[in-house]
Structures are given as structure tokens and as C-alpha cells.
Ligand binder design. Structure first.
Ligand SMILES: [Zn+2]
Length: 294
């Protein structure tokens, strides 16, 4: 008897060290979509993006978008970056952070700080579970500009109506548990905010440093490992301020490449950790292998 087919199986938890920090990336889920065009390269002809995908051995008209929150144990505090899609999108095959956190050895109640890089649904959707705060003992950290923009509902693209509704429902009521940061501010020792506005009004990256080892958690600064790194100037449909997002992408990618930082990108292929090299007309993503385990 031939064995039955078991279906696709993906790794969904990865843990490595950044000197004294222990970092765990957790796959909240993946969604398969049409694209990369027009989501990536919305200002380009479809064929140009399709050719680019094919040159990277990627299918031209379908892609996988993955979602990867990160837990950092600094030795003093347990910090979660972003909360995944949450229960609302669990039927769509995402929103698994809560369950996988347990498999990674943590309880939701263990999380001391939840840092929200920005207020799009795939990052704030898991703030609430069953009508209750999903991380009951955590202080929340939002970028001040980001939180204010969504609270006021100003300067947002029309397409972000449902995102604002979600923000008002799950994020705004938690304001009492929150602190708000500007650019270049310490969240906990070893973790500082980096201004990365554009993808959303106050989108933030975070710089992690332990005993001289450094990593930039760039969130959604660039969200497709081939298209958006190799062609950072191509416009991205889901960037709320497309022009500013391009400038930020160039600055952040340049910083990661020049300073030889490790990087975590929320939508990079799991485990979403790597480095960046400069190429003739852009950058390329180098996935982490064993470097940080040694
Ligand atoms: Zn995102």
C-alpha cells in the first residue's frame, strides 16, 4: 500500500541567539494570493513584475504572503513584536500565534511588553482573544505618530476604512495599558525605535543590540524578499504613503547592508531572519542559516 499524502508541512517556530538575547520567530500563518503584481510594483506593467518573479524562479501570478511575529527574551523581559492576524482571520488559515506561543514554551501571560510596529490588521488582530486582552500582563508600546493617526483617522487612504474600524475596536481600548514612543527611543534596554514611516503613517522599525551583536526588526519596510528588495523603488499597493515608503525602504535597506546588521522582516519567508547585500540596482536577501547558533 502506498502511503497517503500528508499535505504541506512548514516549520513554524525558530529560535536563535543574538548574544545575550534569545529570539523566537513564530509563523502566524501564510496566505496564498494573486501576485506579486499588483500588490508589489503597482506602478509597473504586470509583465515587468512577472518577468522579475520568473527570474527569481517564482511563479509569475501567485505568491505566498507570510506573517511572522517575534518574541525577544532580553534576559530581563519578554518582548513580543506584533500579534498576528488573530481570531478574525483564523478561518483563512492565519492567526496561529497564540497556539504556537505555547509550543515555543511561553504562555501569553508571560509576555511583559507587546510592541506594535504599526496598526495594520495582520499586526494588531491578535491583541484581543475572545473579547479579552490576549496578553493580560503586558505593557503595550505603540509609535506615538502611528497611534494618533489611526485614532484621529486623518491622512489615511480610503481603502483603510476597515483597518481603522479594527483599530478602534481592538487597539484604542487598550490605550491605558500603553506607552507611546517617538523615533530613537528605548523600549527596554537593548531595544530602540527607528523611524520607518511610509508603509503606514507612523510605521516603526526596532533596533536590537546585545553585547555588540545587532539586528534590525524592519516590520513591513519591505515585504517581498525578491521583488521589494531587488526593486525597492517599485511602489507597493499596501504602503499608505507610497513615496515616503520608497524613501524609507532605501534608507533602511542601505543601513542594514552598510552596517551589516541582521534583519527580521515580518513578511520575509519563514523564519523571516536574514541579512541584506547591495547589488547593482538594489539589494538581495540572504536567509539566515547557522550563523547565530555558533
Ligand atoms: Zn504586515
Amino acid at each position: 500500500m502506498p502511503s497517503d499524502m500528508k499535505g504541506i508541512l512548514r516549520p513554524s517556530i525558530c529560535r536563535f541567539r543574538l548574544s545575550g538575547f534569545e529570539i523566537t520567530t513564530i509563523l502566524d500563518g501564510v496566505s496564498q494570493r494573486d501576485g506579486p503584481h499588483p500588490m508589489f510594483g503597482v506602478d509597473q506593467p504586470a509583465e515587468a513584475v512577472q518577468r522579475h518573479a520568473a527570474a527569481n524562479r517564482l511563479p509569475p501570478t501567485r505568491f505566498e504572503h507570510s506573517f511572522t511575529p517575534t518574541v525577544v527574551n532580553t534576559g530581563r523581559e519578554l518582548v513580543l513584536f506584533d500579534t498576528g492576524n488573530g481570531a478574525a482571520r483564523r478561518d483563512a488559515g492565519v492567526g496561529h500565534l497564540g497556539r504556537l506561543l505555547g509550543d515555543a514554551g511561553y504562555a501569553a501571560a508571560d509576555i511583559d511588553v507587546v510592541v506594535i510596529t504599526h496598526c495594520h490588521p495582520d499586526h494588531i488582530g491578535g491583541l484581543v482573544e475572545g473579547g479579552q486582552p490576549a496578553f493580560p500582563n503586558a505593557r503595550l508600546v505603540f509609535g506615538q505618530v502611528e497611534f494618533d493617526a489611526w485614532r484621529r483617522g486623518e491622512n489615511l487612504p480610503e481603502s483603510r476604512g476597515p483597518t481603522r474600524e479594527l483599530f478602534m475596536k481592538v487597539a484604542l481600548p487598550l490605550a491605558d495599558q500603553a506607552t507611546f514612543v517617538g523615533p530613537d527611543q528605548e523600549v527596554v534596554p537593548g531595544i530602540r525605535s527607528v523611524e520607518a514611516f511610509g508603509h503606514s503613517p507612523g510605521h516603526m522599525a526596532y533596533h536590537l543590540e546585545s553585547e555588540g551583536e545587532r539586528l534590525l526588526l524592519w516590520a513591513d519596510t519591505t515585504s517581498h524578499y525578491a521583488v521589494s528588495l531587488q526593486r525597492p523603488e517599485w511602489r507597493v499597493q499596501v504602503d499608505d504613503d507610497k513615496e515616503r515608503a520608497v524613501a524609507t525602504r532605501r534608507r533602511i535597506l542601505d543601513m542594514v547592508a552598510t552596517e551589516r546588521l541582521w534583519a527580521i522582516g515580518y513578511h520575509m519567508p519563514f523564519p523571516a531572519v536574514g541579512a541584506v547585500d547591495r547589488t547593482q540596482d538594489g539589494y538581495r536577501w540572504i536567509p539566515l542559516s547557522y550563523q547565530l547558533n555558533l
